[in-house]
Design a protein around this ligand. Structure first.
Ligand code: SF4
Length: 455
C-alpha cells in the first residue's frame, strides 16, 4: 500500500513537530501530505537522516519502476503503470515494439529490417504510429559476428537497442560499443549474475533479467538492487501462451496490489521465440499488448501485420477518460482560396480526420472550421449543447474564417440540420447550407455544390 501522509509525518524531525518551514511548507504535516501525493520530494527537508530519507524514497517510489532505454528523443520509456485494468484509470507507457535481428542473417536482411523500422510509419488521428527498437541477437555464438552486427546497426540508426547474447563476454563487449545509447542488456540470469554485476556497474544501462520462473526473478532483482542496480526489465522465461499470460498477470498484480518491490519492474515478451508462423506470432504480440508487456520483440514484420498491432496499442494506451481531439481552429485543405467552400465540424479526432480525408478525396480545396466540442462527435456534442447556434456563432466570428473568404456560406453537417435556423440568427449575413449526413457523401456533394455556385 502506498505510504499515507499520516505515516510520513511520524518519520519527520521531532515526530513532525519541528515545523521550521525550510521545505517551503508551513508545517511538517503539510509537507508530509504533499509528499504522499507526489507533489514534492524528500530532499526538500534538510533534517532527514540518510536512513529515513532512503526509507521514504523507497516507500514512495512508483510500484512499477520507470525504465528508459535509449537516449534523447528516440528513447523509450516503459513501466510506471498504476492500474491492472485500463478502465480503472489509464495505461501510461505504451509497450515498445522491437524487430529482432540475428547475427546469422545476411547483410541485406539486416539492412532491410533497419529500413523497416525507419520506414514503416503510419499517420493516424494526428499521431505517427511506428515500431520503436531493434533487438540484436548473438545467435551465431561468435563474438566477432555479434560485434560486427552491433557496430553496423549502431552506425546506421539511432534507434534504441536491445542486446541479446548468452555469452556474457560478448554481451558486455557489445554494450561497450553502444553504451552511450543506453541499450537494454539481456539476459542476466542466475548463471551469469555474479560475473555481470561489476560489468553493469562499470557503465550502467538497463538490464533484462531472465528466470526459469517468477522465483528466479525475485532472486535476481533482489541481488541487483542490493548491488545498487535498479533499471531492470523482467522476463519470467515463459514461452507458451498460457504461461505467459499467467506470469505477466502475476507480476502486475504483485507489483500493484501487494506493492511487492522485487517484481516492481516492466516486463519483456518474446513472440519471436513463441510462435512458428507469422500469424501466431502477431496473435501472441497482441496478447502482450493487453497483458502488460513493456517491450514486445517480433522476428520480422510487414506493413499489413504491423499496422493492426500499432492500432491496437494506440487503442489500449489511449486515456479512456479523455476523448482524442484536435485543436479548434480553421484548417486549410488543398490550398484553399477566398472562394473556397467553408465547412464546419466537431473536434473529436476521428471526426476531424474522416471529414478532412473526405474533403481531400473530393479534390475541392476548402476551409474546415473545427469547433471545440471537448472531443465529442457532432451528434453527441449537439445533444450536450456544445454544437448549437449559440456556441457556433461566436466561434465562427472569432476563428478568423471571415478574413480568409469573400463569401459568407457555411456548410454544416447534415446530422445537425435542425440548428440551421439558430445559426442564421447567430450569424446574420451568412447563408447556412446543410451538408451531407455522412462524411462519405462529401466527395459527391462538394464538387456539385461548387459547380452550382460557379454557374
Ligand atoms: S523542513 Fe523538514 S522539519 Fe522543517 S517543516 Fe519542512 S518537513 Fe518539517
Amino acid at each position: 500500500m502506498p505510504l499515507k501522509g499520516t505515516d510520513i509525518v511520524k518519520k519527520l524531525p521531532e515526530s513532525g513537530k519541528k515545523n521550521c518551514k525550510e521545505c517551503g511548507f508551513p508545517t511538517c504535516f503539510a509537507f508530509a501530505m504533499k509528499l504522499a501525493s507526489g507533489g514534492t520530494t524528500v530532499d526538500k527537508c534538510p533534517y532527514l537522516s540518510p536512513e529515513v530519507k532512503a526509507e521514504l524514497e523507497d516507500a514512495l517510489a512508483p510500484p512499477i519502476r520507470l525504465v528508459t532505454i535509449g537516449r534523447g528523443e528516440n528513447s523509450l520509456q516503459i513501466g510506471n503503470e498504476e492500474v491492472i485494468y485500463r478502465h480503472e484509470k489509464t495505461f501510461i507507457h505504451k509497450p515498445g515494439i522491437a524487430f529482432l535481428i540475428s547475427d546469422i542473417e545476411s547483410e541485406a536482411k539486416v539492412e532491410e529490417k533497419v529500413e523497416k523500422l525507419r520506414g514503416l510509419q503510419f499517420p493516424r488521428v494526428g499521431l505517427t504510429l511506428k515500431a520503436d527498437l531493434l533487438a540484436l541477437r548473438n545467435e551465431s555464438g561468435e563474438k566477432s559476428k555479434f560485434e560486427a552486427l552491433v557496430r553496423r546497426v549502431y552506425q546506421n540508426t539511432d534507434a534504441p537497442l536491445i542486446l541479446i547474447s548468452e555469452d556474457t563476454d560478448a554481451l558486455f563487449l557489445a554494450r561497450d560499443i553502444c553504451a552511450d545509447r543506453s541499450p537494454l542488456v539481456y539476459p542476466i540470469t542466475k548463471e551469469n549474475i555474479d560475473e555481470a554485476i561489476p560489468k553493469i556497474k562499470e557503465k550502467p544501462t538497463p538490464v533484462g533479467v531472465r528466470g526459469q520462473n517468477i522465483e528466479d526473478l525475485i532472486f535476481l532483482t533482489t541481488k541487483l538492487k542490493d548491488a545498487g542496480i535498479g533499471d531492470i526489465v523482467l522476463d519470467p522465461g515463459s514461452r507458451c501462451f498460457q504461461q505467459a499470460i499467467a506470469d505477466q498477470t502475476l507480476i502486475r498484480r504483485a507489483a500493484l496490489k501487494q506493492n511487492f518491490r522485487p517484481l516492481g519492474y516492466p516486463t519483456i515478451g518474446f513472440p519471436c521465440f513463441m510462435a512458428k508462423d507469422n500469424l501466431r506470432e502477431f496473435l501472441v504480440a497482441a496478447m502482450f499488448i493487453i497483458k502488460y508487456a513493456g517491450i514486445i520483440v517480433l522476428s520480422d514484420t510487414d506493413k499489413e501485420s504491423l499496422l493492426p498491432l500499432l492500432v491496437q496499442r494506440l487503442s489500449i494506451y489511449t486515456d479512456p477518460r479523455i476523448p482524442m481531439s484536435v485543436e479548434d481552429k480553421v484548417y486549410e485543405i488543398l490550398e484553399a482560396t477566398e472562394e473556397s467552400p467553408v465547412l464546419l465540424t466537431a473536434n473529436w479526432a476521428l471526426t476531424y480526420f474522416i471529414v478532412s480525408g473526405e474533403i481531400e478525396g473530393s479534390k475541392v480545396s476548402s476551409w474546415l472550421c473545427v469547433k471545440n466540442t471537448e472531443g465529442l462527435g457532432v451528434l453527441t456534442a449537439w445533444a450536450a449543447g456544445k454544437f448549437s447556434g449559440d456556441t457556433i456563432g461566436p466561434f465562427i466570428r472569432k476563428c478568423g474564417i471571415e478574413g480568409k473568404v469573400k463569401h459568407r456560406r457555411l456548410i454544416i453537417p447534415g446530422k445537425v440540420a435542425r440548428i440551421k435556423g439558430e445559426l442564421e440568427e447567430a450569424l446574420p449575413g451568412w447563408e447556412i447550407i446543410v451538408g451531407p449526413r455522412e462524411a462519405a457523401e462529401i466527395p459527391a456533394f462538394l464538387p456539385t455544390l461548387v459547380r452550382q455556385w460557379q454557374n
